[in-house]
Design a protein around this ligand. Structure first.
Ligand code: ADE
Length: 418
């Protein structure tokens, strides 16, 4: 065993699942095929901290095919697919440190094990790896060329580090690529969050009042899909433009104090802390479902919920029922962690294909260009974003129009008016 996983005997099941996902990841597969011949990452050491899923496994295979030495650890204690971790260690010979349900101590020990390879590139989802490297393993920093970040929350943290001048190496914000957030955040979170709620509760969504906190790309996707399933959707927002957009998209927009009284199902996707708090639990309906699809388990104040409750029972897998003093039950899913990854399997492979193609090509870009990069957060180069969109469309057999010479001329002109 190279790394640490729950049960190596799960490796063949993991392999089958990884191959199933791979069939929906043609862009990543085309990069892997090319890299198998060209080995553009030869000898490059990469420490990755990502959700250990079938899709991530295919990214790790691609990096290895490119010649990199890779070590992987989990970016969340509840999102690991144990069979995938087993297959990575046993079948694909990629050291992977991840056990679903690991406690905080084991979680950070796994991050440290992934860092032990002395990475030249870090690949992160939420910035826990970068944070550990900067605060506890700073001796490794001189060897790092750069890093990539997968998610909105991580990019926010890294931009704060850049602003406070503590960021010690360049990072590419994969999340900000259009071929990432327009598809993964919107359609991926939208569908997989509903999937997590359904698997946890087996409830009917139709006819419920469904409250979405946050109208970023993830919130937009979720509100759209909840409406599609027949829910009456309420959106809460702090940003006037996003609030206005939600109104014009046809949703009810209000503050959480009011929404708390009306909702049957609540989902937080804000990236902020205590979005659902004690005062909200006080007025919720009996049986309200509360869950989170933001990166960290801070959006729902579960400490306050526990304090207000006289009892807690595990009603089903991934459902804790908190019984308040007055007898009302509040049902918290997946301990307030990412419900789409903890109670379901995260975003489907077809969107992760583009996100992880961005990861792979961004690593190659950093390796080739590290001398030009400063200690800043950079966008994914536009050429990479465009190329991924082109490859994805080609994989779907979709042909675009091309401009005629006359149209090219027209677009470049200013004197052809009425
Ligand atoms: N983040 C959201 N969904 C994911 C998935 N399927 N794999 C890895 N990271 C994810």
């Amino acid at each position: 065993m190279l790394g640490e996983c729950k049960d190596a005997a799960l490796s063949q099941e993991g392999k089958r699942r990884i191959e199933w996902a791979d069939a929906s990841m043609p862009v990543l597969a085309s990069i892997r095929t090319k890299w198998e011949k060209e080995k553009p990452l030869k000898g490059l050491r990469i420490s990755a901290c990502l959700h250990v899923t079938t899709e991530t496994a295919n990214l790790m295979r691609t990096l290895k095919a490119g010649g990199a030495e890779v070590a992987l650890c989990a970016s969340n204690p509840l999102s690991t697919q144990d069979a995938v971790a087993a297959a990575l260690n046993v079948v694909y010979q990629i050291p992977t440190y991840a056990i679903r349900g690991e406690n905080e101590e084991v979680y950070y020990s796994h991050i440290n094990r992934a860092l032990d390879i002395k990475p030249q590139i870090t690949m992160d989802d939420g910035a826990d790896l970068v944070n550990t490297l900067h605060t506890k393993r700073a001796e490794l920093i001189p060897g790092v060329l750069g890093g990539t970040e997968e998610t909105t929350t991580g990019v926010i943290r890294l931009k704060a580090m850049e602003k406070q001048k503590v960021l010690q190496y360049p990072i590419i914000a994969v999340n900000d690529a259009l071929t990432k957030h327009m598809f993964d955040n919107r359609y991926g979170t939208g569908q997989s969050t509903l999937d997590g709620i359904l698997r946890a509760t087996n409830f009917l969504i139709a006819g419920t009042t469904f409250v979405v906190a946050g109208y970023g790309w993830c919130g937009k996707g979720l509100a759209m899909r909840a409406r599609g399933a027949g829910a009456n959707v309420i959106v809460t927002e702090i940003d006037p433009l996003k609030g206005l957009e939600a109104v014009m998209d046809g949703f009810q927009v209000m503050d959480m104090d009011r929404a708390a009284r009306l909702g049957d199902i609540f989902v937080t996707v804000t990236g902020n802390i205590n979005v659902i708090d004690e005062r909200h639990f006080k007025v919720m309906k009996d049986g309200a479902i509360v869950c989170n699809s933001g990166h960290f388990d801070v959006e729902i104040n579960k400490t306050a919920l526990a304090k207000m409750s006289k009892d807690k029972i595990q009603a089903r897998e991934n459902v804790d029922e908190y019984i308040l003093e007055d007898g009302r039950r509040i049902r918290l899913l997946a301990e307030g962690r990412l419900v789409n990854l903890a109670a379901a399997e995260g975003h489907p492979a077809v969107v992760m294909d583009m996100s992880f193609a961005n990861q792979a090509l961004s690593v190659e870009y950093i390796f080739k260009n590290s001398e030009k990069l400063e200690k800043k957060v950079y966008p994914v180069p536009e050429a990479i974003d465009q190329e991924i969109a082109r490859l994805k469309l080609a994989s779907m057999n979709v042909k675009l129009e091309t401009l005629t010479p006359e149209q090219v001329k027209y677009l470049a002109s200013y004197d052809m008016g009425t």
